[in-house]
Structure formats: structure tokens, C-alpha cells
Design a protein around this ligand. Structure first.
Ligand code: ATP
Ligand code: MG
Length: 807
């Protein structure tokens, strides 16, 4: 066994202790970058290989689908490395590529596929496919295993209909979005309509409770669940049936949860019910061959707005009972070394978070050297900030011959901040990806086809049915549709029942009836393929038989072409799903599509800069992190300014942001910013900047939080920050802005002398005056104030400018 790999290799003593823990509860609490996720992943491999746990007996919860995929990949490699040693007696990396991939495939087939790894939603959607028919509802509502999953948009459209049609309310006064939010909130706390009705005071809350009741009934009538139900129903099911609990207790012997600090009430109940009968086990014997292992960091709890509560983390020891020796404290492992960030970055983060009052102090020591100082850049406004970010990235790029764009992340507090940054990146030809923009599965054409597919499996799903009944157009008018929905609700049947009723169709006569017959035939024909074809084939058939593709081809615009390509991509997604899941059926694919979030799509194999919100960055790491918009009212957010608890949550979010960086951390803020489409307002630097020790920062002088910046010498500040050495940057001609490169030849001679006060014409910005000149020769850059614009720092050898006297 000597030459074999153990999965304790590459871990420190405390991590090894956590990984090697076998039975009973274990909590790992530790700061950012201390190897919690690494320990969790190694633990899975270790349980399988050392403790001979069956892969199918393991359930691991990750925060995103992407994290789940990464965990599977990591496990595949770890286990393949071990197999290489056993079978060939040599390291995996020295084997031929074909053998490497054969080993990985085998590990995937025999092990990885069997482990349940995923988000709470994905895992419990899967559990419901087994057991939903056992659920007994107080109100007698029922679902079958062919249920549809409604995403936020579907749920909202159903609520809109309920507000206006069923309750006859004015959607302006009773906003569907707010009602949706209130219902979701109730569900996340395990509250059903009857309890909400009892506690409702005042007209508004009574109507919300009523909407909740009707909504739930409508979901059941459609045989559909929303995201919250995917967690709430399993909680209720496991609460009500000991038999079901026993089954799953036997099935999953080892539970592992990453990012435990962000679990909410329902998620917490689920974990409890999957390992106990709701109470801490009275004797340690109950744990025989079983464990629950959670890792988290209360300082990174950033989802209280989604009802997450980090006190759940703090209650772990009490919730899951004493260990074999009868005490609680040895159920906790603390990791105190950070392996991710340079010590300057770590010290900045530690110092920042120490300003929070509600926390348990903990140690987080650096293992790495001090590294660079943190770069702070103060800019004139958000546009200058975007330019400064790109400039900073280009400087780093110029200094590192081999910078991969994917090493860089630009993080911000709100999605709206990405637009100006994107514009700058486009100008400089830097490839990027925005995480959190429109989800692929939210595109209209993709949703249309998914609606067809949902309908095939679950004809009761009238939201999907009404979506595609007349898409593409089949001459079925609004009145017909209204007639059908009215009849369905009067008769207490589904819209599909009416659509397939020959008499109902005949009664319509004319064009509508022809269209309906056609629609029915399409659906029935597609249904006949369900047993014999995989998801990709069914999608292809649906695209063809529905006439959808034909219509897109006939439209022949760029937009239609793009939509057609998206549908091709949908087929690819289904193919990929089939490859990854051997028995991959259409229901499984639809669940994956419903639960995919855009944050999951970040493909690290693509060489692009990542733009994302601070929230989406949780758990990730990047060599270079740029954090923009460090201003009061933006970050920390406006709402948190007069609420100490929210301010602490914002600070935790800042802690998450800072600790994503491995090598370089660059912070940015602006003197003025246009927010929410309003006027540019003077900005005040973030209090968080003042909480980072000034000796760790270079660039601007850190300000005490709350200082209003003076506007007079702002250009001086902007330029000081951006000085760098632009000439280094320009050596890489491929990443200079495309228009600048094109105009280079028509620009001024490289040796031209520039002076303060010169007036120039820029091909896009117009007339401007030079206010500063930095460096000379190869290292020259100039600041120009264009009329009506913030000052710009340009490389005169590249920029499309001409002195006015040359014109
Ligand atoms: N014992 C170790 N030796 C060397 N590197 C390690 C060790 N443990 C973890 N690392 C590395 O440190 C980095 C951070 O690890 P990991 O992501 O597991 O931390 P984490 O505690 O989960 O962080 P976060 O709180 O941000 O989720 C990773 O690159 C990981 O590979
Ligand atoms: Mg982690």
C-alpha cells in the first residue's frame, strides 16, 4: 500500500482530522481560503476509498451547480490518480492521455455518477421524483412524479393571473412581485396558507394569504412546483412519514454540506430530517456508520435577505448532539491557515471583518508571503472607473507575459454596474463574460421549447400549454384561449382535457379548430417518442414538428438566426446532459434546465475576464480581483447605512470580495457616480476602505469613511492613480483598442511633443485640452479634458487624436 495515494496527502493536520472523521456530526468552522471546500472534497474520496462507503450512500450539498460540477471533476481526478497508482504503479500524469481518459471515464461511471452532489434544489427535486406521490397534503392537494418545475418567471406569471383574474385586484396596487415575495418568504419559513391566514392582519396581508392559497391550488392543478416547494415539500414529507425518513436515512449514510452559514430554515430542516428524526439522537449509537459533516464561515454569511441565518451554523453542535465521549466541543474542527491569499490581502480582510460586532473571533493566519500592496484607485466618475479598471488589467498583463484573462475577476455590488465596464472592455478588445446576465434558459425561444417538453411529460401544466398553444402561430386566437381556460376552471379539468376534447374543438369551428387539432397531433406524436428517444432527439423532433424552426428560418433576420442558434445550443445542452447522465431522461434534463443559474455557466476553459456580483463570487478564487464602486450608498448599500445589522452583512460581503483574491487586489471608487439612471452625484468613499490598514494600500490615500471628496483637484487624483507606464501596455498591439489601432497611422507622429494647454481633436470625444503630460518617449501618457466629459488618460501614440494646429 506504500506507493498508494491517501486522500490525507496535501492537507494539514486539522484538515486531515476532519477528513478522517468517520461517524457522528462534525462541524468545520474556518475563515475564507482555509481549505474547507478542499477538505470536504477529499473527505468524499476518503470515505469511499478508506472506509469503503458506497458512492450511492453519500450526499453532498454545494451552493451552486457550478460548484457541484467542479467538485465532481476534482473527485474524478483524485480517484483516477489513486487508480493509476494501483493499476499501473505510476503517477497519473505520466500515463498516456488515452489511458488517463479511460481511467477517468471508469471512475466517472462507477463512482462519481452514483454520488448525489448538487444544490439543495437539485438534490431535493431528485428526491421528490421518487417520493412526491407519498406526500399527504392538509388541503388534499396532490402532485405526481411528472411534476413541472416553474422558474421565477413562470411563478410570477401565475401570480399575476391570480391577482387580476381570480382575486380581481388592481395589479398596480397589489403588485404581483410583492405578493410573490411574501409567498416565497412564507414558504421559506415553512408557513402554509392556513397559518398565514390566521396571522394576517389588515386587508393587504389577508389578500396576500388568499393569493397564496389560490396560488398553491393552481400549482397543484398544473402539477407544478416552484423553487421554494422543492425544499418545503420534502420537509413536510420527511416530517410526516417516519417510513420515508427511515428509507432515506438508510440510503444516505454520509451527508456533507458546504457553505453551511448560508442555509435557511427549510434547508436546515432538510439536513436535520435526513440525518435525525428531528431531535438530536439520544445516544451516539444512532450514528453507527453515519455522519453529518458541514463546513462554513459565519463571516461569509451574505444571504440573510433570502432568509439564511448564520445562527444555524452556531447551533450545529446542539442540534446534532454530543459525540461518543458525551461532549460537544470535539465535534468542531477549526482551520486557521489561509492558503489562498498573499498576507497583505489576508491582513486587509481580517482587519476589515474585525469591525463587525456580531461574530465569533477566530484566527486566520497567512501561509503565503506578503505579496503586492493593495492598489486603490480613485476615479472621476463611473466611466473613468471603468477605464481605470481596464487600464489596471492591461498594466498587469503587460508586466506578466502570460496573464490569462480568466485569471481576472471584476466584482461589483449591483448588476447595473457592469454596463460601463463592459463598454471599456469592448473598447480594449478584452474578452469577458458577465455572470448573472440573462440566463440561457430564460431566452424566449428556449423557454418556448422547454414549455413544449414540459407539456409532453405533464399535460396538466397549463402555464406551459398556454405559452405554446399558438406558438408558432396556428390561428388560435385570444378569445378561444380565454374560452378554454374559463371552461377548464368551471368544469374543474385541465386546459389540456379541453384541448383534447373533440366536442369542445368542434364547437369552435373554423380556423381555431384546425389549429387546435394540429396542436394536439403535434403533442401526441411527440409523446409517442418519449419512451424510445433521449432528450436531445425529442428536442429536435419538437423543433421540427412544432414548426418552430421553419418559422425562424422563414423570418431570416439576424435575430431569428441568433434564436435558431440558441436552439441548436439547447440540443447540445441536452446531448451533454445525456453524456453525463447515462439514464438521462427528459424529466431530469428539464429539472437541470429549470435549476441552472447563469453563475453556473462560467466556463473556466474559456480565456475571459469574469464580471460578477460579489454575491456570485462566493467560494471562488482568482489570481487578480478588481473590486469597483467602493462608495457609501453603493457598497455598503444605501439601505444598510442606518441599520447596523445590514451594515455588518455588507461588511461580510466585502470580506468575501477581498478574500477571493490570490495575488493582486485592486480597489476602485469614484468621485461622482450616476446611479439608478439619475444625475451624477458626488460620491463618498466607502467606510470599508477606511477599515483596511493604510500601510497595506498604495495609490490613493485611504480616507476615513464618510469623507466627501472635494471636487477641485480630482483630475490630479485620477492621474496620480493611473500613472503606471502606458507604454508597456501598448507593446502588446493585439489588445490595444481596435479603433485606436486602425487610426494609429493617421494619428500624430510618434515623436510628437505634447504640452499642457494644447488643444486636440479626438475622433470620438471631440475637442479637448491637455491638462497633464506624464513621462516622455515610450512612456508618455496625457490627460485631456474633453468638453462635457470627465478627463481621460490616453496614450497619444495610440489614441485617435490630432493637435488642432495640424488640422
Ligand atoms: N493544506 C493545503 N495546502 C495547500 N493548499 C491548500 C490546502 N488547503 C487548501 N488549499 C488551497 O487553498 C485554496 C482555498 O481552499 P478552499 O477553496 O478549499 O478554501 P475555503 O475554506 O473553502 O474558502 P472559502 O471560504 O472562500 O470557500 C485553494 O486553492 C486550495 O487548493
Ligand atoms: Mg469554500
Amino acid at each position: 500500500m506504500d506507493n498508494q495515494i491517501t486522500f490525507l496527502d496535501g492537507l494539514n493536520k486539522e484538515q486531515s482530522k476532519a477528513v478522517d472523521h468517520y461517524e457522528g456530526p462534525l462541524l468545520v468552522v474556518a475563515g475564507a481560503g482555509s481549505g474547507k471546500t478542499r477538505a470536504l472534497t477529499h473527505r468524499i474520496a476518503h470515505l469511499i476509498s478508506e472506509y469503503k462507503v458506497e458512492p450511492s450512500e453519500i450526499l453532498a450539498v454545494t451552493f451552486t451547480n457550478k460548484a457541484a460540477r467542479e467538485m465532481k471533476d476534482r473527485l474524478e481526478i483524485l480517484l483516477a490518480q489513486k487508480l493509476a497508482k494501483i493499476e499501473f504503479g505510476q503517477p497519473f500524469s505520466t500515463l498516456k492521455i488515452s489511458i488517463q481518459s479511460e481511467l477517468r471515464t471508469r471512475i466517472y461511471r462507477e463512482v462519481i455518477k452514483e454520488i448525489w452532489i448538487g444544490t439543495f434544489h437539485a438534490l431535493f427535486a431528485r428526491l421528490l421524483r421518487f417520493d412526491i406521490e407519498k406526500y399527504v397534503d392538509k388541503e388534499g392537494l396532490k402532485w405526481t412524479r411528472h411534476f413541472s418545475i416553474y422558474d421565477e418567471k413562470d411563478a410570477l406569471s401565475l401570480i399575476k393571473e391570480i391577482v387580476t383574474e381570480d382575486l380581481q385586484l388592481d395589479p398596480k396596487r397589489f403588485e404581483p412581485k410583492k405578493i410573490r415575495w411574501a409567498i416565497s418568504n412564507a414558504k421559506n419559513k415553512g408557513i402554509l396558507p392556513d397559518i398565514l391566514e390566521e396571522s394576517a392582519e389588515g386587508l393587504r396581508s389577508r389578500l396576500t394569504a388568499k393569493a397564496y392559497r389560490v396560488y398553491r391550488k393552481a400549482l397543484a392543478a398544473n402539477n407544478a412546483l416552484d423553487f421554494d416547494d422543492l425544499l418545503l415539500l420534502p420537509v413536510q414529507l420527511l416530517q410526516q412519514s417516519k417510513e420515508t425518513r427511515d428509507y432515506w436515512h438508510k440510503r444516505f449514510k454520509h451527508l456533507l454540506v458546504d457553505e453551511y452559514q448560508d442555509t435557511n430554515w427549510t434547508q436546515y430542516e432538510l439536513i436535520k430530517l435526513l440525518v435525525t428524526n428531528g431531535e438530536p439522537p439520544s445516544s451516539f449509537k444512532a450514528w453507527e456508520g453515519r455522519s453529518v459533516f458541514v463546513v462554513g464561515d459565519a463571516d461569509q454569511s451574505i444571504y440573510s435577505f433570502r432568509a439564511a441565518d448564520f445562527r444555524i451554523l452556531m447551533g450545529f453542535e446542539q442540534d446534532f448532539g454530543a459525540n461518543s465521549k458525551g461532549n460537544y466541543d470535539s465535534n468542531v474542527v477549526k482551520l486557521e491557515e489561509n492558503y489562498r491569499s498573499t498576507s497583505n490581502i489576508l491582513e486587509a480582510a481580517n482587519s476589515l471583518i474585525s469591525n463587525n460586532k456580531e461574530r465569533i473571533d477566530k484566527v486566520l493566519k497567512a501561509t503565503r508571503s506578503s505579496g503586492d500592496l493593495i492598489k486603490l484607485t480613485r476615479c472621476d466618475d463611473e466611466i473613468a472607473e471603468a477605464e481605470a479598471v481596464v487600464h489596471r488589467i492591461r498594466l498587469i498583463d503587460a508586466a506578466n507575459n502570460n496573464l490569462n484573462w480568466s485569471d481576472v475577476a471584476i466584482l461589483y455590488r449591483t448588476n447595473a454596474q457592469s454596463r460601463v465596464i463592459e463598454e471599456s472592455l469592448v473598447r480594449w478588445n478584452i474578452p469577458y463574460i458577465v455572470v448573472g446576465s440573462l440566463r440561457f434558459y430564460d431566452r424566449r425561444e428556449v423557454k418556448d421549447i422547454l414549455a413544449y417538453l414540459k407539456l409532453l411529460i405533464n399535460p396538466s401544466d397549463s402555464v406551459s400549454l398556454l405559452r405554446v398553444l399558438n406558438v408558432p402561430k396556428r390561428g388560435i386566437g385570444k378569445t378561444t384561449i380565454q374560452k378554454f381556460t374559463d371552461a377548464a376552471s368551471q368544469l374543474g379539468v385541465t386546459v389540456w382535457d379541453i384541448v383534447t376534447d373533440p366536442e369542445a374543438i368542434r364547437s369552435l369551428g373554423g380556423r381555431s379548430s384546425k389549429g387546435l387539432l394540429e396542436f394536439r397531433e403535434i403533442i401526441q406524436e411527440l409523446q409517442s417518442h418519449l419512451n424510445s428517444s433521449g432528450p436531445a432527439e425529442i428536442i429536435r423532433l419538437a423543433l421540427e414538428k412544432s414548426g418552430y424552426i421553419k418559422e425562424l428560418i422563414s423570418i431570416a433576420t439576424d435575430e431569428a438566426e441568433e434564436r435558431r442558434r440558441n436552439l441548436e445550443e439547447l440540443v447540445n445542452a441536452a446531448l451533454q446532459y445525456q453524456e453525463e447522465n447515462e439514464a438521462g431522461d427528459l424529466e431530469g434534463f428539464l429539472a437541470t434546465a429549470a435549476l441552472a443559474s447563469d453563475a453556473d455557466n462560467k466556463d473556466s476553459s474559456l480565456n475571459r475576464v469574469t464580471l460578477m456580483t460579489l454575491h456570485s463570487s462566493k467560494g471562488l478564487e482568482f489570481p487578480i480581483v478588481c473590486l469597483v464602486g467602493m462608495e457609501q450608498g453603493l457598497f455598503p448599500s444605501y439601505r444598510s447605512l442606518d441599520d447596523p445589522a445590514s451594515l455588518e452583512e455588507e461588511r461580510r460581503l466585502c470580506y468575501v470580495g477581498l478574500t477571493r483574491a490570490k495575488e493582486k487586489l485592486c480597489l476602485f471608487h469614484a468621485n461622482e457616480r450616476r446611479l439608478w439612471g439619475g444625475m451624477r452625484e458626488p460620491a463618498v468613499s466607502s467606510i470599508f476602505l477606511s477599515e483596511i490598514p493604510s500601510e497595506l494600500i498604495e495609490g490613493d490615500i485611504p480616507l476615513s469613511g464618510g469623507t466627501v471628496l472635494r471636487r477641485d483637484n480630482r483630475l490630479e487624483r485620477l492621474t496620480r492613480v493611473d500613472r503606471g507606464s502606458p507604454s508597456d501596455v501598448s507593446k502588446k498591439s493585439h489588445d490595444a483598442p481596435s479603433n485606436a489601432v486602425r487610426r494609429y497611422s493617421s494619428g500624430p507622429a510618434p515623436g510628437k511633443k505634447w504640452s499642457i494647454g494644447d488643444v486636440v481633436i479626438h475622433s470620438r470625444f471631440g475637442r479637448g485640452e491637455i491638462t497633464h503630460v506624464f513621462g516622455s518617449g515610450e512612456k508618455i501618457s496625457i490627460a485631456i479634458k474633453f468638453i462635457g466629459m470627465s478627463p481621460k488618460i490616453l496614450d497619444p501614440r495610440l489614441a485617435p487624436i490630432k493637435p488642432i494646429d495640424e488640422l
